[in-house]
Design a protein around this ligand. Structure first.
Ligand code: FAD
Length: 136
């Protein structure tokens, strides 16, 4: 089985992202991700992003480099960068969920929708995303 890694990071938008800005970003992200075997989920809430990307190690380096270079967000904090046993978001080139203010329950529900393994207590990205969301 090929090895897989996962990165989860948080960041803040520099510009207010309209729906069409987000659609444009996602279109390009998904096109790149699908060519490079990257899956994941991007949540946007009150100008803040939390994203999980997962895929083969070399492709992850390329993808994360693109993300780091994007000047539309700042304060990027990498929370994990680890080998994973299996993909948490295997059906998604990049699932996207825009959440209203103060709705951590919505985020939890969104995580369950995008990852059938959302409550898996052994998958490091899912454990992290669940615990991060519970603090919002
Ligand atoms: P261009 O589209 O020419 O972009 C080059 C640079 O110009 C960008 O880095 C950005 O700083 C700027 N730019 C691009 N469009 C606009 C715009 N409409 N308004 C203002 N500035 C702009 N990439 C992936 O491959 N996979 C991902 O999963 C992924 N997730 C991302 C998540 C977030 C929160 C952010 C902010 C970026 C993400 N990216 C991702 C990066 C982004 O999609 C690409 O960096 C960008 O689309 C580069 O595309 P391009 O090479 O075609 O260059």
């Amino acid at each position: 089985m090929p090895s897989l890694r996962s990165i989860v990071y948080v960041s803040s938008s520099v510009i207010p992202f309209s729906t069409s800005d987000l659609e444009d970003l996602l279109l390009k992200a998904k096109a790149f991700n699908s060519k490079h075997s990257i899956t994941g989920a991007l949540f946007y809430k009150d100008g803040n992003f939390i994203q999980c990307i997962e895929g083969p190690p070399a492709e992850m380096v390329l993808t994360y480099d693109r993300i780091l270079k994007d000047k539309r967000h700042k304060g990027i904090i990498q929370l994990i960068n680890l080998p994973i046993p299996f993909r948490a978001f295997k059906s998604w080139e990049m699932a996207f969920v825009r959440i209203g203010p103060n709705r951590s329950q919505e985020l939890t529900n969104a995580l369950s929708r995008t990852s059938p393994n959302a409550t898996n207590k052994t998958h490091p990205s899912l454990v992290l995303m669940n615990s991060f969301i519970s603090t919002l």
